[in-house]
Design a protein around this ligand. Structure first.
Ligand code: PXG
Length: 291
């Protein structure tokens, strides 16, 4: 495996960064998780745009422009001869001293791109649906660390993941500090109620997921009414369908939340329709490359 590291390709075993990199010391940096489907990088421009937005918020200057970032992702896929892949792009603050102050980082920001085979939830979960559980850890408060910043500090989500995993669940439902539904540790959440689609608004402590936005676009095209609306657990428990969205998971049905059966306890009709439309989109849209 060849890793893109600051403009060069290096073997996995040589892809190393300094212990003084603030990305490592403090989680000071930003990242994106991107996917390629059959030589098409899905929503690559949107991912790069979100990366730049996250970086702008933390006052981190990415040492490449948007087009160069896109080219670097494509080059990494080619270098690894991958048609289908999960891509991780990471920009960290770079080397500094042991203090917090990013101004004292003397190095350039570190740029890393890893392209690997996709590891997914087991197929059975897509067929039968997933059970999730609400966890005690609430999603970061936007005024402290805005969940829209896809930062390298993912401890909030990791704590939630540990809590879910300790109880035997694959994914956790996270509430915001007011008790409203926010999102899951690495996925956005949707519910279907009377044939209409609901997802929490991005200002409510959620990441503006690119899969989430794609699902909203697809639903609008299919004339399914969509709402970005605050949700309580009561609405989730009493919805007819529920599913999660994310780059890695795509669209995964949820059939039980906190022990409450959702609808008939099976993946819903609208969920399945959106899933098949989403699959079509990944086959036709994206930045094309050849191996
Ligand atoms: N919410 C959060 C908190 C995320 O980290 C999503 C929603 C979905 O966004 P996209 O743009 O992918 O539709 C994410 C996705 C994982 C993992 O292992 C997921 C993410 C990042 C790192 C790991 O599931 N991000």
């Amino acid at each position: 495996m060849k890793i893109y590291l600051n403009g060069k390709f290096v073997h996995k075993s040589e892809a190393k960064i300094s212990v003084f990199d603030h990305g490592f010391l403090y989680g000071d940096g930003v990242f994106e998780g991107i996917r390629a489907y059959n030589c098409l990088v899905f929503k690559l421009r949107e991912h790069i745009e979100r990366l730049f937005e996250s970086a702008h918020s933390i006052m981190l200057e990415i040492p490449l422009n948007r087009d160069k970032c896109i080219a670097a992702v494509v080059e990494t896929l080619k270098a690894n001869n991958l048609k289908d892949a999960y891509i991780r792009m990471v920009i960290s603050r770079g080397e500094g001293d042991l203090g917090l102050d990013p101004k004292k980082c003397y190095g350039k920001p570190t740029v890393i791109i890893i392209a690997d085979k996709v590891s997914l939830y087991p197929e059975k979960l897509y067929k039968d649906g997933m059970e999730i559980i609400t966890v005690p850890t609430v999603r970061n408060v936007p005024e402290a660390l805005n969940p829209q910043i896809k930062s390298l500090n993912y401890l909030n989500n990791i704590l939630a993941k540990i809590e879910a995993s300790n109880c035997g669940y694959e994914e956790a439902l996270m509430l915001d500090h007011l008790g409203y539904v926010a999102e899951c540790t690495g996925d956005n959440i949707f519910v279907v109620e009377k044939g209409e689609l609901y997802t929490p608004p991005q200002c409510m402590g959620t990441l503006r997921g690119i899969t989430r936005d794609t699902v909203l676009q697809i639903a609008r095209k299919m004339k399914i009414p969509t709402h970005e609306h605050v949700l309580t657990r009561h609405e989730v428990y009493n919805s007819q369908e529920c599913f999660l969205t994310g780059t890695a998971a795509e669209i995964i049905p949820v059939v039980k939340v906190d022990g409450r059966k959702i609808g008939a306890g099976l993946p819903g009709k609208i969920t399945q329709l959106l899933r098949s439309e989403f699959k079509k989109t990944t086959k036709t849209e994206g930045v094309k490359y050849t191996l």
